[in-house]
Design a protein around this ligand. Structure first.
Ligand SMILES: Nc1ncnc2c1ncn2[C@@H]1O[C@H](COP(=O)(O)OP(=O)(O)OP(=O)(O)O)[C@@H](O)[C@H]1O
Ligand SMILES: [Mg+2]
Length: 669
């Protein structure tokens, strides 16, 4: 009697699940529940040796993938949306709180939980009284899969789990094609079973095989409660997986779950060591070992990568600009309470003027007061977006503008080399403005400062503050200065500073007004605190638009003019020295003469254009076959042609404006 009622329960559950899986109208929550029930059923059948382990692995993988696809999908229609993500976030946040943090849901803990023990006891009872193997096989046979009762004798030491023998193999071949419990034919090799192997993750703390407990757990009994509720509302996969034995606890990451489902389960079913189901790599990340490579979504892969990065020792590598590489602080996954990882100043090469008494600022500590009130997201952004990288630039790469270069060296470099001398009145200014026509090398100077100063270098485009981080610009400014304060000596380079500090007007947007105010406050703070070694360098080609309050704070205003003849010569010689070129000194002189009024950028463009001359002189058909050494050198004629298309980008009228502004506000001689 009991057996038949149990069978009918199974049948109706089976039909319900089958309907939920195949139905096009079922909600994703229902589908997930149905898949979970199928997984339980597979585990149950395997635990009772009704199906071979290979079959169990194949089926488990199939349904687990489908289940994971619903759980992990971001689609509102087809997935449970964000469930895994929020768990991940939670786990990450807590994990970063303490390196020793571990999920409370370890296998040991789960088995100690009173409700789990209750379930297991109930399962044992149910198994003894209700679920005789014959009943189960009968129900399965009726439904779709034809399994005979497992033989409990002649096993090789797996307790009451009888071996899955060739008989089982033959029987399982009878599974109808297309049945939800059908194993693919090729998943049934001869002699595929190994009865001494058990699900590794099913080892209980006491060393017993949880499989015994597992198969004692009613399939749709105590688990039913969970099945009826959405995974979002239920305790979640952790509990599900832990007491269902084949998922390791702590498997709250979709990646881990997928890895486990993918290859992990196959290993798990064939390896008698619990820890092998999800082998831990050195870096703590869990990796699929052997078996099928598990598919990972980009987000899962990112999570894995971040975890790996977190475990890697931080390298002190050369920064492109001699300041700090973004990557040292960026790319680390940090939670809300995550540890802020400071950038590490460059140790080797590139820094020509390493301050003697001015070693790199001590790294910001997680509890650093100065970063206390900042959003970690902002700090991350600064590390990701603001700290600069690129090829190193030397002072010699900047042609001309000798006065500006000398002044910058005096303000930026020497005070960093000898902070003990540059004190009091000799203290360096905290703000510099580089202004001048477009393409004269202002940004290039910024890059050079980054390479050569040895300071932590932050580079930000003012327009990105106002447009990219709309509404968060002032927080960004605050965070920027706070991080810089932790990383002294620091240089904050703000390109296109006019868009940040433009004159106040009626049409001014509220958010840009707030950014500007915050910037001025921060700049004031940096200037008044003589101990702070933060230098703000602004660059603009519209100096007249800068607010007078800001102008006052950028005390050193350096004009970066159009290059003089000697500077233009230097640019041409420099660029041509890297190419095949047959310009004589006189011809270079002619080029210099004809390029009066060109900016540095115009000169570069002229040289680019000229360098294409030899290619253009080739027959079109030859371009495909010609070898580089067959291309003729760049000649004066190419410059002549280039002059036809490259014209100065700065008009004399504009130039006059800059010169006037320089006479009025500039600090040049
Ligand atoms: N003095 C210079 N020496 C060598 N190259 C220069 C010089 N000035 C400009 N250049 C060349 O022009 C390019 C553009 O320069 P840069 O971006 O520094 O100009 P900018 O003054 O910042 O212009 P903008 O005001 O438009 O931002 C440089 O990458 C470089 O190739
Ligand atoms: Mg620029």
């Amino acid at each position: 009697m009991q057996a038949s009622s149990s069978r009918s329960v199974h049948l109706s559950e089976w039909q319900k699940n089958h309907f939920a899986i195949t139905s096009g109208t079922c909600a994703s929550g229902q589908k997930a529940d149905a898949y979970r029930a199928q997984i339980l059923r597979i585990q149950y059948a395997w635990a009772n040796t009704e199906i071979s382990q290979r079959c169990a692995a194949t089926l488990f993988k199939k349904y687990a993938e489908k289940y994971a696809a619903i759980i992990d999908s971001d689609s509102v229609e087809t997935g449970l949306n964000n469930y895994a993500e929020s768990i991940l976030t939670l786990a990450r946040s807590q994990q970063t709180d303490s390196g020793k943090w571990q999920s409370g849901l370890s296998i040991n803990n789960v088995f100690k939980m009173s409700n789990v023990q209750g379930m297991m006891r109930a399962g044992n009872k149910a198994r003894e009284s209700l679920l005789a193997p014959a009943d189960v096989s009968g129900f399965i046979r009726k439904e779709a899969v034809i399994f005979a009762p497992p033989k409990s004798s002649g096993g090789s030491g797996s307790g009451d789990r009888g071996p899955v023998t060739d008989t089982a193999h033959n029987r399982t071949r009878d599974i109808p094609e297309g049945s939800p419990l059908t194993c693919p034919q090729n998943a049934w090799p001869l002699g595929l079973t190994n009865t001494s192997q058990t699900c590794p993750a099913s080892l209980t703390p006491s060393g017993e095989f949880a499989a015994a407990k597992l198969h004692a757990t009613p399939l749709f009994g105590s688990v039913k409660e969970e099945n009826n509720s959405s995974p979002k509302a239920s305790l979640g996969l952790n509990e599900f997986s832990a007491h269902q034995s084949c998922l390791p606890s702590g498997c709250d990451s979709p990646w881990l779950r997928r890895a486990f489902y993918g290859s992990g389960i196959i290993d798990a079913l064939s390896t008698p060591v619990a820890s092998k189901a999800l082998p831990k790599t050195e870096d703590g990340a869990q990796r699929e070992e052997g078996g099928l490579p598990a598919f990972k979504t980009a987000r899962e892969q990112l999570w894995v990568d971040q975890q790996r990065k977190n475990q890697q020792p931080q390298r002190v590598s050369g920064s492109a600009y001699g300041g700090v590489r973004k990557s040292l602080g960026a790319g680390r996954s940090r939670g809300i309470l995550g540890k802020f990882v400071p950038p590490v100043p460059k140790q080797d090469g590139g820094v020509q003027y390493k301050p003697s008494g001015a070693g790199p600022a001590e790294p910001a500590r997680p509890g650093d007061e100065r970063l206390k009130n900042l959003e970690p997201k902002m700090i991350e952004l600064i590390m990701n977006e603001v700290m600069d990288r690129g090829p190193p630039v030397n002072w010699d790469d900047i042609a001309g503008i000798e006065f500006a270069k000398a002044t910058i060296k005096e303000i930026v470099v020497w005070p960093m080399v000898r902070p003990d001398i540059f004190t009091g009145l000799r203290g360096p200014p905290k703000g510099i403005l580089l202004f001048g026509p477009p393409g004269t090398g202002k940004t290039l100077i910024g890059k050079c400062i980054a390479s050569q100063s040895g300071a932590t270098f932050f580079s930000i485009s003012a327009s990105s503050l106002t447009s990219k981080w709309v509404g968060e610009g002032e927080k960004m400014v605050r965070a920027l200065f706070a991080v810089a304060r932790c990383q002294q000596p620091a240089v904050i380079f703000i390109d296109e500073i006019d868009s940040l500090l433009s004159q106040r007007g009626d049409g001014e947007h509220e958010s840009s007004r707030r950014i500007k105010t915050e910037f001025l406050v921060q700049l004031d703070g940096a200037s008044t605190c003589s101990e702070d070694r933060i230098l703000v360098v602004g660059a603009t080609n519209r100096p007249q638009e800068i607010d007078e309050a800001a102008r006052r704070r950028l005390v050193k205003r350096l004009y970066i003019p159009l290059p003089e003849a000697s500077a233009r010569r230097q640019i041409v010689t420099n660029l041509m020295s890297k190419e095949q070129c047959c310009l004589s000194e006189d011809e270079v002189g002619l080029v210099v003469q004809r390029s009066e009024g060109f900016s540095g950028a115009d000169m570069t463009q002229l040289c680019r254009e000229a360098s294409l001359g030899p290619i253009r002189s080739l027959q079109t058909a030859d371009i495909a076959t010609v070898t580089p050494d067959q291309v003729r050198p760049i000649a004066y004629v190419d410059f002549e042609n280039a002059f036809r298309t490259v014209r100065p980008s700065v008009s004399p009228k504009d130039l006059e404006l800059y010169e006037n502004w320089n006479r009025t506000f500039g600090c040049g001689r």
